[in-house]
Design a protein around this ligand. Structure first.
Ligand code: C2E
Ligand code: CA
Ligand code: CA
Ligand code: CA
Length: 275
């Protein structure tokens, strides 16, 4: 029981204590995970819409936590960010994704997520440069996916960093487009190589007129800007057909392939590739 300063009392609910303990345990496990080799990357195919060809994959982090099984990145990335562990995890991810992609056919690229916190921590540039140097991957085959959160802190430093990364020869994609506060403003500040339209807009495509209008407008903007558009989370044929009709160049989603282990992705592109 604690006095809260207004003369009354508040109680630490037992479930609060429980949550705190679970969080501590999660953090301790997360600190060990990298050294124990508990992370893996799954690869989700990215498809060129007009031709149906595989053009690459997005690398997505998976954690097999002992005693718990697979933990979703949505659960551990925030904690990795709070603890700063995301810097080491991110460096590993870059290294691993490049190491694999260099064994793929030359025309396939790999996209790696970089969170806003990770972007601001020291060492990102070095980690990207090191992954390219040690694997020998052609830089233009690596794409960094950043969210609007990166540009929320619209400092000169952020832009300078984006330009430094681009000078390495890597591509820069804007992830989850349309979910931020000033989505169009970000497009004005930096010339992205790709814009990924958030799954939220694709989900209701064909069901409500608003999302169709929004997707059409976003694809129109990308075309005017000369930027590639990727529609995320495509699950149905009708969504794919609508996107093709709107002129969206690239798709990703369960309809084409779920995130899969490296070996399965290799089988996937060998089967889908013509010739
Ligand atoms: P994201 O970057 O937006 O990744 C797309 C998420 O949508 C992935 O979830 C993917 O499995 C899921 N998805 C793809 N297609 C479909 C579909 O057709 N339907 C549905 N319902 N979902 C689909 P996942 O793998 O659980 O990752 C969640 C988020 O965690 C990612 O969102 C990304 O923000 C973050 N994340 C994952 N891996 C990394 C990483 O290596 N580094 C960082 N910083 N963040 C990562
Ligand atoms: Ca992403
Ligand atoms: Ca996304
Ligand atoms: Ca997301």
């Amino acid at each position: 029981v604690k006095e809260n300063g207004r003369g009354d009392f508040c109680f630490f609910a037992p479930e609060m204590n429980q949550r705190l303990m679970e969080r501590r345990a999660l953090e301790a496990d997360l600190r060990r995970a990298l050294g124990e080799g508990e992370f893996r990357l799954h690869y989700q195919p990215q498809i060129d819409l007009p031709s149906g060809r595989v053009i690459g994959a997005e690398a997505l982090l998976r954690w097999n936590r002992p005693g718990w099984g697979n933990v979703s990145p949505d659960q551990f990335i925030p904690l990795a960010e709070e603890t700063g562990l995301i810097a080491q995890i991110g460096a590993w991810t870059l290294q691993e994704a490049c190491r694999l992609a260099v064994t793929w056919p030359e025309e396939l690229g790999v996209a790696v997520n970089v969170s806003a916190v990770q972007f601001r921590l020291p060492g990102l540039y070095e980690a990207v440069a090191a992954a390219l140097a040690t694997t020998g991957l052609r830089p233009s085959r690596l794409e960094l996916e950043i969210t609007e959160g990166v540009l929320l802190h619209d400092t000169d430093e952020t832009l300078a960093m984006l330009y430094r990364l681009r000078r390495l020869g890597v591509k820069i994609a804007m992830d989850d487009f349309g979910t931020g506060y000033s989505s169009l403003g970000y497009l004005q500040k930096f010339s992205f190589d790709k814009i990924k339209i958030d799954r939220g807009f694709i989900r209701s495509l064909g069901q409500d007129a608003n999302s169709e209008a929004i997707v059409r407008a976003v694809v129109g903007i990308t075309r005017s800007l000369g930027v590639r558009a990727n529609a995320e989370g495509v699950e149905t044929d009708s969504q794919a057909r609508l996107l093709q009709a709107e002129g969206c160049g690239e798709v990703q989603g369960y309809l084409f392939g779920k995130p899969m282990p490296a070996e399965d992705f290799r089988a996937f592109f060998l089967n889908v590739r013509p010739g």
